[in-house]
Design a protein around this ligand. Structure first.
Ligand SMILES: *Cc1c(COP(=O)(O)O)cnc(C)c1O
Length: 712
């Protein structure tokens, strides 16, 4: 049948809708939308971190000529229209969870402040789990139809990119982000000029402009000091994620907390609650007090009013991990601003002190957040316990269990962490509404049923995902261009074994996560990887903080082993861990290794990403896993306790890790029936699917925040 060409006005509409689609991060968790952009320019897609905006710019030169012509392909345009329909329905449907359960939060949204947000590899403005959590929170808030505004900084140089030099030492570099090439647009005044706000710091106004990113129905504002109104040194305040020294840090946090409130007021947004994700944004409490004082209230009344509007999530289980500033730096940065609070500066310092009478105590952002909020929480049950103990000193008349810090265990945004094949798998089971279906807990239980999904199907998916990961790793290693396979490029295609039990470890290389723990029993591990009947192998990735030489030594240690030890070919390190590598690894690995020193992993989220694709957790009983593990749905290292002594803990954990690996993990994986199917292993995958993703997702988490903390 001959088709009529699209008429020019329809083409124009589709082009305009595609531009809207690309500039809303909704596509980052909708694979059919990603396919459209990939199809438009596969090479740009691959080279530009899978960035829809960059692809559209590539095919839109010459007044959208190429794009318009491409839309004359009937099969393609049909696909495009389908995606656009889904997107438009998603954006406009009034039937959301929040419409029924939290209508008051639609008009007066949640304002969620976080120093980092991780959404996608094309927008690298997160350093780690805290940011990923913020990003996933934002996506689920959108799915639930919650009124939700995120506030963060626009880091022009982002979080660093990692390469490894010839001494196997991590090098950092900071490619500049170009907002024009990203899913963001400038916030403008009605006359079309950029909106500029300011905060008084060091006695002078410091200016910032604002970018806006749409994340489904949620809006994110990014504050950016790189404006000509600022002197050159001030333009760099927001250059890097947690960049610079303590002075940069206090300035960033002033912009985030105080500037963030200023911005919301300027835009006429009246949030019903201010959520501080970690203490970095706690200066917002000062600004809320200042507003009250300006309207004639006393400082104390102002504090009360501020606290009644704010909630706080703490993430840090060690005292040293909390931001602290000395009085001189506080004075230097904030004294002019603080005069508007109409109390002596010492009163303000007291807000950040456990003991207000101690002149030497530093100003702690977490203390300010606790004093300036109506509710606070940790991010897992154990982390709640640890936090109550740690902050009991702030509530001396309360018993430890009465300290007002609760917990909500973290989760992940399910479809955002799936590869396309995994999404296709769920689609084949639940049809086109699969994303909705996965929010119904009873649907996950169906994976226990062999009539619903067969062992063979599960095993086929697992084989496909492992194969894809291995080929991804080979491509990456080739691109890393190092001597992993002794400089013989052909050999890259023989690195790693598609039949081996593949153990993944990817996370920040903070030393408490003990990346090298498993290699303490090096000779025994060598034997295991060389076992031709039951081979295992390792894929590692992760960045160390730029100033953490110990973490960099761990990376060096692992890369060195991957090149020069008997683990060569069975252990690889993928450079530049980011959301993309994370998604590949959590999908393709068979087990996800997590061995932090307990109780330092407040929650952890990468293991939650792994569950979704049937990768089994193999973890210390810390953070979320202490709640998730039920004896059948993955593997535990040790039990629900830990020795006080770190050396003793390391020794015990290494022993337990090795024991579980050799007595449970490896035997179960290689226990095959006559058809070659590992029945026990697949049973564990079924239990993993039935019990974990329905709980450890941000849909459940955001509902819990809404009901426990956002609604009063
Ligand atoms: C998920 C994720 C993290 C956090 O993982 P943890 O398990 O909490 O350590 C850090 N970085 C990236 C890129 C991630 O995707």
């Amino acid at each position: 049948m001959k088709r009529m060409p699209l008429d020019p006005s329809e083409v124009k509409n589709i082009v305009s809708d595609l531009n809207k689609l690309a500039r809303n991060l909704w596509w980052t968790w909708n694979h059919d939308a990603q396919e459209i952009f990939e199809q438009l320019s596969p090479r740009t897609w691959q080279n530009q971190y899978h960035n829809a905006v960059a692809v559209l710019r590539e095919v839109s030169s010459w007044n959208d000529y190429e794009l318009s012509i491409r839309l004359q392909n009937p099969a393609f345009v049909e696909k495009v229209k389908k995606v656009l329909d889904r997107f438009n329905n998603y954006m406009s449907t009034p039937n959301t969870w929040a419409a029924t359960n939290a209508p008051e939060l639609i008009k007066n949204p949640v304002a969620y402040f976080s120093a980092e947000f991780g959404f996608h590899e094309s927008l690298p403005i997160a350093a780690g789990g805290l940011g990923m959590l913020a990003g996933d929170h934002t996506k689920s808030a959108s799915d639930l139809g919650l009124g939700f505004v995120g506030i963060t900084l626009f880091y022009r140089d982002g979080y660093f990119q990692q390469t490894i030099n010839h001494e196997n030492w991590q090098q950092e570099y900071y490619p500049e982000l170009n907002p024009q090439n990203l899913a963001m647009e400038p916030v403008l005044k009605s006359n079309g000029d950029p909106l500029i706000c300011d905060v008084t710091m060091m006695g002078h106004p410091v200016f910032f402009r604002v970018w806006k990113t749409m994340v489904g129905r949620s809006t994110l504002f990014l504050l950016d000091c790189n404006v000509e109104q600022n002197s050159p040194n001030l333009r760099n305040i927001t250059a890097r994620v947690y960049g610079g020294d303590t002075t940069t840090r206090i300035m960033q946090e002033t912009i985030l907390g105080i500037g963030g409130i200023r911005l919301l007021r300027t835009l006429g947004i009246t949030p019903s609650v201010f959520h501080m994700n970690e203490g970095h944004s706690a200066f917002l409490v000062l600004e809320l007090i200042r507003e009250q004082v300006a309207s004639g209230k006393s400082f104390e009344e102002g504090l009360k009013a501020a606290a009644s509007q704010a909630v706080f999530t703490t993430h840090t289980p060690v005292p040293a991990g909390h931001d602290r500033f000395n009085e001189a730096l506080m004075q230097y940065t904030l004294s002019t601003y603080a005069s508007e609070l109409k109390v002596p500066f010492s009163k303000i310092m007291e807000l950040g002190k456990i003991n207000p009478n101690d002149p030497n105590e530093l100003f702690c952002m977490t203390v300010l957040a606790l004093k300036g909020s109506r509710a606070a929480n940790g991010v897992s049950e154990l982390h709640g316990i640890v936090s109550r103990k740690m902050w009991n000193c702030l509530y001396p008349d309360k018993k430890e269990e009465e300290v007002p810090i609760g917990y909500i265990t973290n989760g992940v945004h399910l479809s955002g962490w799936m590869k396309g094949d995994v999404a296709d798998f769920y689609k084949s089971k639940f049809g086109s509404d699969w994303q909705e279906a996965l929010n119904q807990p009873e649907n996950w239980e169906k994976f226990l049923d062999e009539d619903f999904v067969s062992d063979e199907e599960i095993w086929a998916l697992r084989y496909q995902l492992r194969r894809e990961l291995i080929e991804f790793a080979r491509r990456r290693l080739l691109a890393q261009g190092k001597s992993v396979a002794r400089d013989n490029f052909v050999e890259f295609d023989h690195l790693l074994n598609p039949n081996a039990l593949t153990i993944g470890f990817a996370r920040r290389f903070a030393t408490y996560k003990r990346a090298i723990l498993i290699f303490e029993r090096f000779d025994e591990i060598v034997k295991l990887v060389k076992d031709t009947k039951r081979p295992i192998q390792f894929i590692f990735a992760g960045k160390a903080h730029p100033r953490d030489d110990e973490g960099k030594r761990y990376i060096q240690n692992i890369i060195h082993r991957s090149k020069f030890s008997e683990l060569n070919g069975h252990l690889v390190f993928l450079e530049n861990y980011d959301v993309h590598i994370a998604r590949q690894m959590v999908s393709g690995c068979d087990v996800w290794l997590n061995n932090p020193r307990r109780p330092l992993e407040a929650s952890g989220t990468s293991g939650q990403k792994a569950c979704i694709s049937g990768c089994l957790n193999f973890s210390i009983m810390d953070g979320w896993w202490r709640e998730g593990y039920d004896g059948t749905n993955g593997f535990a290292i040790g039990d629900d306790s830990n020795p006080e002594d770190i050396g003793e803990q390391d020794r015990q954990d290494s022993l337990n890790l090795f024991r579980t690996l050799t007595e449970q993990v490896i035997p179960e994986f290689f226990d095959r029936n006559a058809q070659g199917i590992p029945k026990l292993w697949i049973k564990r995958i079924r239990r993993n699917l039935a019990t974990l993703p329905n709980k450890y997702n941000t849909n459940r988490m955001v509902k819990e925040y809404t009901q426990k903390y956002y609604l009063v």
